[in-house]
Every structure is written in C-alpha cells, then in structure tokens.
Design a protein around this ligand. Structure first.
Ligand code: NAD
Length: 316
C-alpha cells in the first residue's frame, strides 16, 4: 500500500499507517499540482488538510486511489461528486477540532472585552492607566450563532457557563434537536441574531447559500458595539463590506480566522484596520486536536484500505 500525505500531519498516527504500507509525508506537495498529479499515479490513499485541491483531475490521476483522508472537517477542497464517480471513499475527522474552535471563539470574545495584552504593554512603557483599560463583562451579554452544529453548540455551552445568553439561527436544525434542547441555545431567526448579538459568531459550511451571507445590509442591522467572529470559511463574510462597515461605525470590530484568499495578500486593506484582528486559520489548531485528528484519520484510512467499516465515512 502507498499512502501519500500532501500537507503537514501530526506524527501520532503515522506509525499506524506505516503498519500497513509505505508512507510518504510531503508537507509541501499541495503547492504543486504537477507533482501532486505525478504522485497520485502510485497512491492507494491520499491524506490532506484544507490546502490540497482534490479536484476531478487529481482523482482521475489516482488510478489505484481508494480513499482520501481529510485531517479536519471542511470538505470544500475535495470534489465529492468526482470522488463518487471514481469510487474513492472520503473519511473526515468530524468533531475532532470542534472544542479547539469553540475555545478560540471564547478567547476572541474575552480579548474583545478586556485589553489584557495592551494593558500589559502599556505598563512596560512605564504607565499605570487604570481608567484607560476599563473593560466590559461578558456576563449578561448575548452571543448570536449563525449555525448551531458541532462547533456552534460546543461554543454555546462554554458561553452559557460565562453567564451569556445564546441565540442561534440554523435553518437545518429543528427546535426539538440537540443544540436547542440540550445546550440552552434559544432558536432565533437570522435577523434577530444579527440585531440582538453583542458577539456574532459564524459556524456554517461555505455553500451557495452561505456565500456572502453577511454583507453590507447585515452589518447595518448589527448593534454599533457588536463584534463579529468568523472561524468558519472565508467568503461567508463579504470582506469589503466588513471593512466599510467597521470604518463607518456600524459595528465595533471583527476577528477573522478564515479569509476568502489564504494566506492573506499583504496589500489586503483589512490589514490596516486595528479593529479587525486576523489570525492564520488556527482556530482548530491545537496540540490536542492535531494528535486526535492524526490518530482518527490514520485509523480510518487503514480501515478503508483493509476493507473494514469506517465510522468516519463522508456520505457521497
Ligand atoms: P457542522 O456541519 O457540524 O455545523 C454546521 C451547521 O451549519 C449545521 O448545523 C448546518 O445546519 C448549519 N448551516 C448550514 N447552512 C446554513 C445556513 N445557510 N445558515 C445557517 N446555518 C447553516 O460543522 P462544524 O463542525 O460546526 O463546522 C462549522 C464550520 O467551521 C465549517 O465551515 C468548518 O469548515 C469550519 N471549521 C473551521 C476551523 C478553523 O480552524 N477555522 C476548524 C474546524 C471547522
């Protein structure tokens, strides 16, 4: 068996893969389509994160390819129709980094409320500006969720523990379903979430319905002190409209972990606004989640290659 890994992977699962075949760990392979296509001709399994574009051409080149392992959750870089056409199975590590993303959002909410880093830097400069660093409590504030899936409901649990009210919009989750019945999220419509949220956090996949879901009109509906947090996918927020809205004072600021174009281009005007904090797609990236994901995907790729049942199969 030949297993190609085209992006970085935590070592915890590699010995499991090596137990059934030859493993090539090529963390930069995703950067060259030509080299990726060459490697595909020998691969029985391909393991990717979110940067390898697994399109029809790549799948076609994989004459012996049986499975793609996705080290994470989002599947927008894999052509699932083509995978079905070429009878290639796809396994993903659903839920495995959901806690990490939920904790990142809590960190963003707390960072927006208390200027601990800035206050510490100010003290080093010789100042003692107590009034300047008066913060806000998150207790009693409202968190609005767009999407109440695996990350959304884990975040809600944590926010409620801080005394926040959590409202959520999700057209595919019923009021009787787990997120609303068991976690304390109150079901709301889209505009209610936008209007009532002190913090608005987005947790949907990128689809034709969610592309530019939050644009100029939506920013207009938000509270002037609202903070938007996007850890889902770039493109769900209209970045130009966000910048214009923050500049016009329609909302207080934003935390963006995901962007339409990653890595960000240095001339992107979002970089010039200090009310917008951009991080390099790290919300799900913790030591714990990487170990977990590596172990799950290795086990599941091995299961598929050995013809066994996999608990992590993506429906095609
Ligand atoms: P999930 O599938 O468990 O939940 C997504 C939810 O969005 C579902 O409940 C679905 O019904 C809902 N949804 C779909 N269309 C919607 C719409 N138009 N309006 C409102 N809700 C809608 O997914 P998840 O595991 O919670 O992941 C959420 C997002 O986070 C995905 O885009 C995923 O790729 C991304 N993600 C990012 C990172 C990171 O490091 N930044 C890590 C993990 C996941």
């Amino acid at each position: 068996m030949k297993i190609i890994i085209s992006e970085m992977m935590h070592p915890s699962g590699i010995s499991r893969l090596q137990s059934i075949g030859e493993v090539e760990l090529l963390p930069d392979l995703w950067k060259s389509k030509k080299e990726l296509l060459q490697k595909m001709s020998e691969a029985n399994a391909l393991i990717v994160r979110n940067q390898t574009i697994v399109d029809e051409e790549v799948l076609k080149a994989g004459k012996n390819l049986r499975v793609i392992g996705r080290l994470g959750v989002g599947l927008d870089n894999i052509d699932l129709h083509a995978a079905k056409k070429f009878q290639v199975k796809v396994v993903s590590a659903k839920h495995a980094n959901a806690v990490s993303v939920a904790e990142y959002v809590m960190a963003a909410i707390l960072t927006a409320s208390r200027s601990i880093t800035q206050a510490g830097e100010d003290v080093i400069k010789g100042n003692w500006n107590r009034a300047l660093f008066t913060g806000h409590e998150v207790y009693g504030k409202t968190l609005g969720l767009i999407g109440t899936g695996e990350i959304g409901h884990r975040l809600a649990k944590r926010a409620i523990a801080f005394g926040m009210t959590v409202i959520g919009y999700d057209p595919y989750v019923r009021e009787e379903d787990f997120p609303f019945v068991e976690t304390g999220i109150m079901k709301a419509d889209f505009h209610e979430v936008l209007k009532q949220g002190d913090f608005i956090s987005i947790h949907t996949p990128l689809t034709k319905d969610t592309k530019s879901l939050i644009s100029w009109n939506e920013f207009h509906l938000m509270k002037k002190n609202a903070v938007v947090i996007n850890t889902s996918r770039g493109g769900i927020i209209d970045e130009a409209a966000l910048l214009k809205s923050v500049e016009a004072g329609h909302l207080s600021g934003a935390f963006l972990d995901v962007l339409e174009v990653e890595p960000i281009k240095l001339d992107n005007p979002l970089l010039n606004n200090h009310k917008i904090t951009i991080t390099p797609h790290i919300a799900g990236l913790t030591k714990e989640s990487q170990e977990r994901i590596s172990a799950i995907i290795s086990d599941e790729v091995v299961n598929v290659l050995q013809g066994k049942h996999s608990l992590s199969l993506v429906p095609l």
